[in-house]
Design a protein around this ligand. Structure first.
Ligand SMILES: C[S@@+](CC[C@H](N)C(=O)[O-])C[C@H]1O[C@@H](n2cnc3c(N)ncnc32)[C@H](O)[C@@H]1O
Length: 311
């Protein structure tokens, strides 16, 4: 989805000729699709993914807070990969322009579009899984920091959570995020929810069949402040707090895959993982940008969990 046109002016002088143009492409959102035709009539039919029309709505009909909220919502959706076409470079700063150029040239971004993944990060999990076979039909997966849902898409396919393969055991995927996640067949989403909140933890246990997962995935990333050390510390704390929940949410023999940004506190997380799992590895998938400090810790054969191991 993209906002286009010149509808974002903040002064009333700017508001007069402005239109809020909403283009719905890959995903339609009941929150933001405003199906109003150019003549001002409401469209009777909800737009579909194959119907990438642009809906024009005079912004002078909307109060400022609504325009502002829509703009923020749209920016958030764009960050999540729901952006598509047109006007990409308009009004952007140099840094944003560079980011966008790299993004649009990125082979994983292109592949994600072709293969209908919600974002390029799908290929990170696909690669880790190809190398280490952490997902298989019948497993229960807890996907933390799941928005926009690409890892959940991969997990649903690999554990057969949608029952697509009638001959294989049916798994379960539970995705949790601070942000809204659009529904995905075969996945259950708990959002908006903070995994570190005890109420979320309780809901996770209620939603997981048998109260436990066989695999915990975390691609969580706190909002970056740009201060490398601080961002690193916050991400390590997030991973550690997730690990604190593992005795009650992860089965013995279970798998824990988490994203980190390399830094001075990584050893703390690594130490905990080594103590609590039989095997721990550091992995850097091809899709993880070389210049990024992002690395994943993959820990298998959990020693501390309660409950039964899936065969
Ligand atoms: C890089 S994105 C995840 C992308 C996802 N793996 C995918 O493939 O679509 C990181 C996500 O972590 C979420 N996040 C950060 N802190 C969180 C928390 N405490 N609880 C839940 N989600 C969190 C963010 O909202 C963000 O959506």
């Amino acid at each position: 989805m993209t906002f286009a046109g010149r509808g974002m002016g903040h002064s009333s002088a700017h508001r007069k000729p402005c239109f809020l143009a909403v283009r719905l492409c890959q995903v339609t959102s009941p929150l933001v699709s405003v199906p109003i035709s150019k003549s001002g009539q409401r469209e009777p039919r909800a737009p579909t993914s194959s119907d990438p029309r642009v809906y024009m709505m005079p912004t002078c009909l909307l109060p400022f807070p609504v325009i502002r909220s829509l703009k923020l919502l749209c920016a958030s959706l764009q960050r999540q990969g729901f952006h598509t076409a047109g006007g990409h470079y308009k009004g952007r700063t140099g840094a944003e322009h560079l980011w966008l150029t790299r993004h649009l040239k990125d082979p994983f971004v292109k592949a994600a579009k072709v293969e209908s993944y919600r974002c390029r990060s799908a290929f990170k999990l696909l690669e880790v899984n190809e190398r280490h076979q952490i997902l298989r039909p019948g497993l229960r997966v807890l996907d933390c920091g799941a928005a926009p849902g690409a890892w959940s898409q991969v997990a649903v396919q690999r554990v057969n959570a949608a029952g697509t393969d009638p001959g294989a055991p049916v798994g379960f995927v539970l995705g949790v995020d601070l942000l809204h996640i659009f529904p995905l067949e075969g996945a259950t989403f708990l959002c908006p929810a903070d995994v570190t909140d005890p109420r979320t933890f309780q809901r996770i246990r209620e939603l997981l069949p048998g109260g436990r997962a066989d695999v915990i995935l975390s691609d969580m990333a706190p909002n970056a402040t740009g201060i490398r050390g601080l961002d690193h510390d916050r991400l390590i704390s997030l991973c550690l707090s997730l690990l604190d929940l593992a005795p009650d949410t992860l089965c013995p023999g279970g798998t824990f895959l988490c994203k980190t940004w390399a830094g001075s506190q990584s050893h703390r997380l690594q130490k905990r993982l080594t103590e609590e799992f039989q095997n721990t590895k550091t992995v850097k998938p091809e899709a993880s940008r070389k210049e990024s400090s992002e690395v994943y810790f993959l820990a298998t054969q959990y020693r501390r969990g309660k409950g039964s191991v899936k065969a």
